[in-house]
Design a protein around this ligand. Structure first.
Ligand SMILES: Nc1nc2c(ncn2[C@@H]2O[C@H](COP(=O)(O)OP(=O)(O)OP(=O)(O)O)[C@@H](O)[C@H]2O)c(=O)[nH]1
Ligand SMILES: [Mg+2]
Length: 421
């Protein structure tokens, strides 16, 4: 049998240096993104220019140079680091004679390749349609023209879907589907809250090791890969803390600089849910020279989502990669999700950061549960008690993390999660 292997698209990366000291790091990241999407990076061009050119982003001389290079090196694709306006994109394509995309479309495309579940698909398609909508104006082009690498997949697949009205209808339908899923998720969240279970969210830059940490702490078995955006859909698993409390640990989508705003919008509820957790673990890859910048990007997004007073713990992962232990940051939690180093300290820090969850409940304990009654008298506050024919009736305030011990005997409870002290 003959295997038909698809040749990777040969790409040239194009960036503008407007004086941003991060330009090199951004271009390296763009190369990683391009490779993740399945392209082969043949060359990288950066032009120093204080402001992008209105018509072609880069200057006309540079564009002519790139055009020559494309002709002589069988280039299929130009990938710009800055977001291109629809006009710039058309002008560049026309001049250079090769398909031209920007970082935004590249990321959208990777998300489209990665989306596995229904919800991920809906979120990605929504983002892609919103990106496309203003780019269809007066073009008479099929949507397939708008796809990125691997454009046969996902939202750009149907040639028929060419008119704006149709896209608007799709956007509306996707939003409705998303709303339904969000309602379902809100229900789950509410049930957890009623059970007095706190949530701990793992957030951070893509490839920081979030899913590896999730797997190290629980039996979630989330896919771990050395690639960008391995995870799109949140996974939640129960996690027992050293103080006996059980919390819900949530692993979620990774972040990146210049995350397309359409994606932030589409993934808003996923990200917001993480930002609403009781404790947030901001995980970064300590072995990356960009670790501090990665922490900052995550912090900025969390602030944008209004995480407010929520405790955020900076977690420096992959410490096993550091040859010199003296180089470890002193005031952070250094862990290796891979070999387990520092995980005990991390869990202790989580337990400490969690708000105490005292709850007032009324219990009816069978007489056989005398031990539990003694435990509650010792560790909780008993407001009133009565011996009834069916058992011991208790009105008491107890620690929420002991829930497992007495949940079967609750006959009345205040709105759970609220702390009564
Ligand atoms: N050396 C080392 N490698 C790690 C560690 N934690 C994770 N990795 C590796 O880092 C890569 C990315 O890990 P993931 O857990 O998929 O990262 P993630 O943050 O979930 O990434 P996205 O889902 O793509 O955002 C994998 O190759 C892991 O094996 C660690 O503590 N030490
Ligand atoms: Mg992951």
């Amino acid at each position: 049998m003959i295997e038909l292997s698809q040749q990777p698209e040969r790409a040239v990366l194009v960036g503008l240096n407007t004086g941003d000291p991060d330009t090199d790091a951004l271009m390296d990241e763009l190369a990683e993104l391009a490779e993740t999407a399945g392209a082969q990076v043949v060359a990288t061009v950066v032009q120093n220019l204080p402001v992008p050119d209105n018509a072609t982003c880069i200057g006309s001389g540079k564009l002519a140079e790139i055009t020559d290079f494309c002709k002589n090196n069988e280039i299929d694709l130009l990938i710009f680091d800055s977001e291109l306006t629809p006009t710039q994109q058309r002008n560049i394509e026309k001049a250079a004679g090769v398909r031209t995309i920007d970082r935004t479309l590249l990321i959208l495309d990777i998300f489209a390749q990665r989306a596995r579940t229904g919800e991920g698909r809906i979120q990605v398609d929504l983002a892609r349609y919103r990106y496309m909508l203003p780019r269809l104006t007066g073009q008479g082009q099929g949507l397939s023209r708008q796809g990125g690498i691997g454009m046969r997949r996902g939202a750009g697949e149907s040639k028929l879907e060419t008119d704006k009205r149709h896209i608007r209808r799709r956007i509306y339908a996707l939003k409705e589907q998303l709303k339904e899923l969000e309602t379902r998720r809100a229900g789950q969240r509410e049930r957890r809250r009623k059970n007095g279970m706190a949530t701990v969210a793992i957030v951070g830059y893509t490839n920081a090791g979030k899913s590896t940490l999730m797997n190290a702490l629980t039996d979630a078995g989330v896919l771990v890969e050395d690639m960008l955006f391995a995870t799109l859909d949140p996974t939640a698993r129960a996690l027992k803390l050293p103080d006996g409390r059980t919390v819900m640990l949530v692993d979620t989508v990774g972040l990146i600089r210049k995350l397309p705003h359409h994606l932030v919008e589409a993934f808003h509820s996923t990200l917001e849910e993480a930002a609403r957790a009781d404790v947030i673990l901001n995980v970064c890859d300590l072995s990356s020279p960009e670790a501090d910048e990665h922490l900052r990007v995550t912090r900025a997004l969390l602030e944008e989502l209004g995480c407010g007073e929520t405790p955020v713990l900076a977690v420096f992962n992959k410490c096993d990669r550091l040859a010199d232990p003296a180089a470890l940051p002193r005031d952070g939690l250094c862990i290796s999700a891979l070999n387990g180093a520092g995980l005990d300290r991390l869990l202790a820090a989580v337990a400490q950061a969690l708000p105490p969850t005292r709850r007032r409940v009324r219990l009816l304990l069978p007489f056989a549960q005398g031990g539990l009654a003694a435990y509650i008298r010792k560790n909780g506050t008993v407001h009133a008690e009565e011996y009834r024919p069916e058992g011991l009736w208790l009105d008491c305030t107890v620690d929420g993390y002991d829930w497992d011990k007495w949940k079967d005997y609750v006959i009345e409870s205040n709105s759970a999660g609220e702390s009564i002290t």
